[in-house]
Design a protein around this ligand. Sequence first.
Ligand code: NAD
Ligand code: USQ
Length: 405
Amino acid sequence: MKIAILGGDGFVGWPTTLHLSNLGHEVHIVDNLSRRWIDTELGVQSLTPMDSIQERCRIWHQETGRRIRFHLLDLAKEYERLKAWLADETPDAVIHFAEQRAAPYSMKSDRHKVYTVNNNTNATHNLLAALVETGIDAHLVHLGTMGVYGYSSVGAPIPEGYLDVEIDTPSGKRSQEILYPTKPGSVYHMTKSLDQILFQFYAQNDGLRITDLHQGIVWGTHTDQTRRHEQLINRFDYDGDYGTVLNRFLIQAAIGYPLTVHGTGGQTRAFIHIQDSVRCIELALGDAPEAGDRVKIFNQMTETHRVRDLAELVARLSGAEVAYLPNPRKEAAENDLIVKNDQFRALGLDPTTLADGLLSEVVEVARKYAHRIDRSRVPAVSAWTKELGTKVDHDPEKKGLRRVS
Ligand code: NAD
Ligand code: USQ
């Protein structure tokens, strides 16, 4: 297949690119490199040293003889170029990762909220409009999030996107299938909820073939392909905005930094290892909907964990301290989470779990590159409300704040 990977320079996009190229597909990356610019804005860098995207593609070619093409294009701002590119290249599938994906970054300030909504909503809508206009019959696979469902404990498993409801009508009860109600917890997660509606409309109105993957928190760093050469290494975010919880705990353990649990750590979240994430995308590509079908929605996660249990697990493995900090986010202090992931299991996904020894692999990577870590960038300082931001200090290394379990 000829596959366009929008956002292919990112944390999930790059290993997906290599995985699909390795399987023999013709892969094209489209990216505006905004994620690299955001690192500059925030004054942080990936834990792992990343080469330019052109150099990464050159190394892959040298290693495997396979070519990956890179195209510098902003999906949100360059509609006409995007349309022309799709018309010229006519990919069989388009994988859409190209959005601003950090909840804390999206809540940093009004400017960051506006940027995240403009970037994500325009990127998705421009892509949909261009697919219709060019008339190419590409399967669109979007990386959505488990976070669209929200984190209230409903006591029932979260289905894969759709919910059957019964409505009382004057002529009796009628059943209807609806999109599972959204309850986003950040401006970023809200944009993913908006994406869902855009997909629903374009699938029903124009017959676009769309798969939306509601992914949990991705952890780990290496995949089989990024291990092949030092310069193919994946990015690894550890800072308070882009670092996600388990990867943060693992690098914190590696550098002797207290594990930064927000609040009581009672938040339960869905997780998936990066190797499984790329495999799921491969499986979704092979299971495309037909024109006229509803949007196909998968829950792309393999296990759920409570944040404090993860911290305790990492502390046991590494001897790290655990710091319970004031929570900069507005979120439920405690929630349960049961998620259905039957579709990927039926397609053959064999989950990699936390127990598979990969936790120590991340700690080793972090130890190797520990000299690149700026400890002052570890605290999560983006607050969901002004009140949460000004009242508390989130740095566990500051004297008097640390409460160790
Ligand atoms: P990332 O920030 O590392 O990568 C996103 C890539 O998209 C970057 O290379 C960025 O430069 C590019 N991009 C952003 N806006 C663009 C635009 N307007 N035009 C062109 N390129 C643009 O993010 P990631 O962690 O790889 O996540 C990829 C996708 O998966 C995101 O959509 C995210 O919402 C979703 N997701 C990620 C996780 C996770 O834990 N990382 C979990 C669930 C879902
Ligand atoms: N948390 C801590 N300590 C930390 C960092 C986070 O306790 O140092 C807590 C947060 O308060 C939150 C939970 O851990 O309760 C998860 O936070 P996170 O930053 O790991 O994940 P989140 O903000 O939800 O976002 C990440 C990705 C996003 C993706 C989402 C999937 O950045 O792109 O959509 O995971 S999900 O969480 O399933 O919605």
